[in-house]
Design a protein around this ligand. Structure first.
Ligand SMILES: Nc1ncnc2c1ncn2[C@@H]1O[C@H](COP(=O)(O)OP(=O)(O)OP(=O)(O)O)[C@@H](O)[C@H]1O
Ligand SMILES: [Mg+2]
Length: 520
């Protein structure tokens, strides 16, 4: 049975056509994957199905009924739920309070002769109901735990609980795995299969084609706002999907030439660096590493082992409690971000919207942010708009950033294109050292190939890169040396050329003995 059907669904932003005559069919009980380049129109389509955007033209049918949504509440009432890439939870509330938010029961309150109704939650009862749901799906959570203390994977489960509680029949996931660790992805797949078993239908948007192949029943490919093909998953391949999306063969792996850097000078040195979090726990606990000129050092690790705090320390956002950072012989410990930029250290932060961009500002303003004092766009302290526009247009062209309106705000960009704004800005600064965290998070496979190739080009020009990524394959294909972070310490290092996934995996789990076992 066709649970969702759209006919001629179209969305325009001004003159720009983000969705063009989309005829989409989702069958009941299937996992439908939707793939396409950054800016192809995937999120726009989902936002129309979820009542966040109104179609410019076309119709949506749910179980054969023609529907018109004014808000997500209307969509939920028709059984459609959506889990966004950027979670929409209230950190200070508990899991069950988050689940209940917005659907509290109106309680009649009588004061003297007057009566009025107020939204209220029966905390005890609700946390029991939510806990039962948690147990049924084996989510391993505690309904009374506060959301802010949860891992990203657990937060996603709370978002899923919200949908299950509202009894939706169709769940839309927009890039659910982009921020999850490999273990969390496995758990997420299990949940998805369970939802399917219960007869729910799922729409999955992802850039990871191996996930499409592993978990979906059918795939729809979107390109520049149009559906360009539908496939049954078992009748297609990674390669065919990549070709349909991008229009050419995509190298799913870059060619890297390894060389010996041991004679090159050390340019960046981190010694015994530590910091505490607000609870007084040593989250970075005596970290030591160095980088030689022209080298790429990868830092691998399960998320939550101090990577975020280490990055904040290295980029001037957090103060260390002890230890030093030296760059080209100079002590730069606890220097401000702008001082570090003047030293020609550039950063790609792990969370693009939190730290890399100001979404309410224009693309041009974001492209010069952090470098706005440079002489190419600023004279005697005054910004020159013509120069900013020139720089913006040059980067949009060179980095193939897909924008509907180059004068627009960053908030109008698709997720992957927003990431490309940061990439272009930091690459264009021509740094001596690039600190890159999750550089390809949320970008399409064509852009991953481009970013990986560009990172290798930066290296070819003798520049150094510190690469922090939760994508093991990314680190393994780019880094010369791979250091593994565990509980705030570097617990081991392997050569990028000969490292095995297994060996790094053991280090990531904090297991050191393994290497001795192999020797004996
Ligand atoms: N509110 C908006 N105003 C103007 N243009 C928009 C708006 N929202 C989206 N767009 C444009 O519509 C196009 C499609 O965006 P959409 O977010 O649907 O892409 P996507 O396929 O989800 O990409 P990604 O994989 O990068 O998330 C983009 O070019 C984007 O710039
Ligand atoms: Mg999107």
């Amino acid at each position: 049975m066709e649970i969702i059907k759209t006919i001629g669904l179209t969305k325009k932003f001004g003159d720009f056509i983000a969705n063009d005559n989309i005829d989409l069919i989702v069958e009941k009980g299937e996992i439908k994957a939707i793939v396409g380049e950054n800016g192809a129109g995937k999120s726009t389509l989902m936002n129309m199905l979820y009542g966040l955007l109104k179609p410019t033209a076309g119709e949506i049918f749910i179980r054969g009924e023609n529907v018109h949504f004014d808000s997500p509440n209307d969509a939920i009432n028709k059984g459609i739920g959506m889990v966004h890439q950027h979670f929409k939870l209230v950190p200070s509330l508990t899991i069950s309070e988050n689940v209940m938010l917005g659907i509290e029961i109106d309680k009649k309150i009588i004061v003297g002769k007057h009566s009025f109704s107020m939204p209220s939650i029966d905390h005890k009862r609700e946390s029991k109901v939510v806990q039962a749901l948690i147990d049924r799906f084996q989510f391993g959570l505690n309904a009374t735990d506060v959301v802010k203390n949860l891992s990203i994977g657990a937060k996603q489960k709370v978002e899923i609980l919200k949908m299950l509680y509202r009894n939706v029949e169709i769940v839309i996931f927009d890039e659910p795995t982009a921020v999850l660790t490999p273990q969390e992805i496995e758990a997420f797949f299990k949940t998805m299969r369970e939802l399917k078993q219960q007869g729910k239908s799922i729409i999955l948007i992802t850039h990871k084609l191996q996930e499409v192949m592993e978990v979906s029943d059918s795939v729809t490919v979107i390109k520049q706002g149009k559906i360009i093909g539908n496939r049954i998953t078992k009748d297609t391949s990674n390669k065919e999907l990549a070709r349909m999306m991008i229009g050419r063969e995509v190298l799913l792996r870059v060619e890297k030439h390894y060389q010996d850097y041991s004679e090159k000078p050390i340019i960046y040195e981190v010694n015994n660096l530590s910091t505490k979090n607000h609870e007084g726990i040593n989250v970075v606990n005596g970290i030591n590493f160095f980088l030689r000129e022209g080298e790429i050092l990868g830092i691998a690790g399960v998320e939550g082992n101090g990577q975020t705090e280490l990055l904040d320390l290295l980029t001037g956002l957090l103060k260390s409690t002890s230890g030093t950072v030296r760059f080209l012989g100079k002590d730069i410990t606890n220097e401000w971000p702008d001082t570090l930029r003047l030293e020609k250290i550039a950063f790609i932060p792990e969370d693009r919207y939190e730290q890399g961009l100001c979404t309410d500002m224009s693309i041009g303003e974001n492209i010069i942010a952090g470098y706005h004092g440079n002489l190419d766009v600023c004279k005697n302290g005054i910004l020159i708009s013509k120069k900013i526009a020139e720089k913006r247009n040059r980067l949009i062209k060179n980095y193939d950033i897909r924008v509907s309106d180059c004068e627009g705000k960053v908030s109008s960009l698709s997720g992957g294109n927003a990431q490309k704004i940061i990439i272009s800005r930091e690459f264009d600064a021509d740094p001596l050292l690039l600190i890159a965290a999750q550089p390809t998070r949320g970008v399409d496979i064509g852009a991953i190939e481009f970013i990986h190739q560009s990172l290798l080009n930066i290296q070819k020009n003798g520049k150094s890169i510190l690469l922090i990524s939760s994508e093991l394959s990314e680190i393994m294909s780019l880094a010369d040396r791979i250091a593994v972070i565990y509980k705030g310490q570097i617990i081991g290092e392997v050569s990028g050329k000969d490292a095995s996934r297994e060996e790094i995996g053991y280090l990531m789990a904090g297991i050191l003995e393994r290497s001795h076992e192999n020797e004996s």
